[in-house]
Design a protein around this ligand. Structure first.
Ligand code: URP
Ligand code: ZN
Ligand code: ZN
Length: 460
């Protein structure tokens, strides 16, 4: 299949300019003005932006969590991602404590193979570090192309590892060219605040928020950065929400450390006032919780200062019936919310259209930086000759309203119901094939490929 995208504004992380793009098979073959190719398909991108396919490096598809499973699987989740201009996701494999990384990998391969429509990779979550895990970490990097290792400083008894295990993991990962990522909140402090609130009969979703104050995230982020410094390992903090945690990273960068930061679209758009709506607040019960307006400002500034490199989603949807598991006790509400479909549109609408970030910064934080940090650049994350033809034709002026009635995620509510956005994904190519056109998905389950990733040390 060959495709010619004509007359668009091509945007990369470094610059934007008017040009055509010609693709053949899975790759971009030429970029330039008035390209002289006869293509099987021509897309007119006049007045449109042409951007690299989005990469969301933080999603949870079909994930066992808090006694249930996230409601999007690889088929529905990657399809919804494509509708929103995200052509690749990185999901999390969870090691079961007492079991091996390889067994966890097999479980996740069964979830994804033959089902994914969009491209994907995995982070490996290490929940039980021992001598055998250390050997498996090396095998994951060398044989499987899984080069990032997720850790949890919270969710004790299920996912959390202690600081001793963390430091040992960092040493092995550092020696073998990988990256350690972290859910950085102080699990012990949070558990004691949850216990206190439950004992006092404070059981509504508001107390989910009040049990995870900013200090729990700031402290853990600083501790993680210190452990990275001690081991000289590169690290990545997922779903950062607040000024205190960002300041911990600001401090670490003065030591010239590699500490990358991801925030998520919801932390830029939504705030903690939503927890005041009684049980409605369950829709945005996630960890860490939504924060204050001042934190949103700090995160937008952090993006512009280069301290925050990535905007992901932490997409972890649950149906309303699943949220009702915590009707009488906030600590039983499955944590997470749906966002995979709206990350690009919302970040453009609130960021670029409202003047908070530039067009090139938008591409950087929604695609290019994730490709670089996670070892896929320049195959993914840019519009360049030889790169995968993962391309989004984006209408910067299209006004639309977000609603459960029109979204494609497998979840029966939207945290953004009625939100008016300006800027919308229109046509999407994934490895040269038209994936989304005229609001329809043209690709079938199984088209999505597992992308082996390179060593972090070679890229960043
Ligand atoms: O609330 C969240 N974030 N759910 C998914 C698991 C995690 O901590 O990322
Ligand atoms: Zn997390
Ligand atoms: Zn997550």
């Amino acid at each position: 299949m060959s495709v010619l995208i004509k007359n668009g504004t091509v945007v990369n992380a470094s610059e934007h300019y008017k040009a055509d793009i010609y693709t053949e098979g899975e790759k971009i073959v030429a970029i330039g003005k008035n390209l002289p190719y006869d293509a099987e398909k021509v897309i007119d991108a006049t007045d449109k932006l042409v951007i690299p396919g989005g990469i969301d490096p933080h999603v949870h598809l079909d994930m066992p969590f808090m006694g249930t499973f996230s409601s999007d699987d690889y088929e529905t989740g990657t399809r919804a991602a494509l509708f929103g201009g995200t052509t690749m996701v990185i999901d999390f494999i969870l090691q079961t404590q007492g079991d091996t990384l390889h067994n966890a990998l097999t479980t996740w391969q069964k979830k994804s193979e033959g089902k994914a429509i969009g491209d994907y990779s995995y982070h490996m979550a290490v929940t039980d570090f021992n001598d055998n895990t250390a050997k498996e970490v090396v095998q994951m990097i060398e044989e499987q192309g899984i080069t990032s290792f997720k850790t949890f400083m919270a969710y004790k008894g299920a996912l959390m590892i202690d600081d001793g295990q963390m430091v040992q993991l960092m040493k092995v990962v550092k020696e073998n060219g990988g990256l350690v990522t972290v859910h950085a909140t102080n699990g012990d402090m949070i558990d004691s605040l949850i216990a206190k609130n439950r004992a006092l009969g404070n059981l509504s979703p508001l107390y989910h928020y009040l049990s995870q104050p900013e200090v729990t995230e700031a402290e853990a982020s600083a501790r993680f950065a210190d452990m990275l410094h001690y081991t000289d390992c590169p690290g990545y903090i997922v779903h950062m929400t607040c000024e205190g945690a960002l300041n911990a990273v600001r401090h670490a960068t003065k030591r010239n450390q590699k500490v990358f930061v991801e925030t998520c679209s919801q932390y830029l758009m939504l705030d903690a006032s939503l927890y005041e709506n009684d049980f409605e607040g369950a829709k945005v019960v996630m960890s860490p919780p939504l924060r204050e307006k001042k934190d949103q400002e700090a995160l937008w500034s952090g993006i512009n200062q280069g301290l925050v490199q990535v905007v992901g989603t932490d997409h972890c949807p649950f149906m309303w019936d699943q949220k009702l598991m915590g009707k009488d006790d906030f600590s039983k509400i499955p944590n997470g919310h749906p966002a995979i479909e709206h990350r690009m549109d919302l970040t453009f609408s609130e960021g670029v259209n409202k003047g908070k970030i530039s067009l090139t910064k938008f591409v950087e934080v929604t695609s290019t930086n994730a490709a670089k940090i996670f070892g896929m650049y320049p195959r993914k994350g840019c519009l360049a000759v030889g790169a995968d033809a993962d391309i989004v034709v984006f209408d910067p002026n299209k006004e639309h309203t977000i609603s459960v009635n029109t979204h494609h995620m497998n979840v029966d509510y939207s945290a953004y119901e009625g939100w008016e956005a300006k800027g919308k994904t229109e046509t999407v190519l994934l490895r040269g094939k038209v994936a989304i056109e005229n609001n329809e998905c043209l690709l079938k389950p199984g088209y999505g490929q597992f992308i082996k990733r390179g060593k972090t040390s070679k890229i960043i």
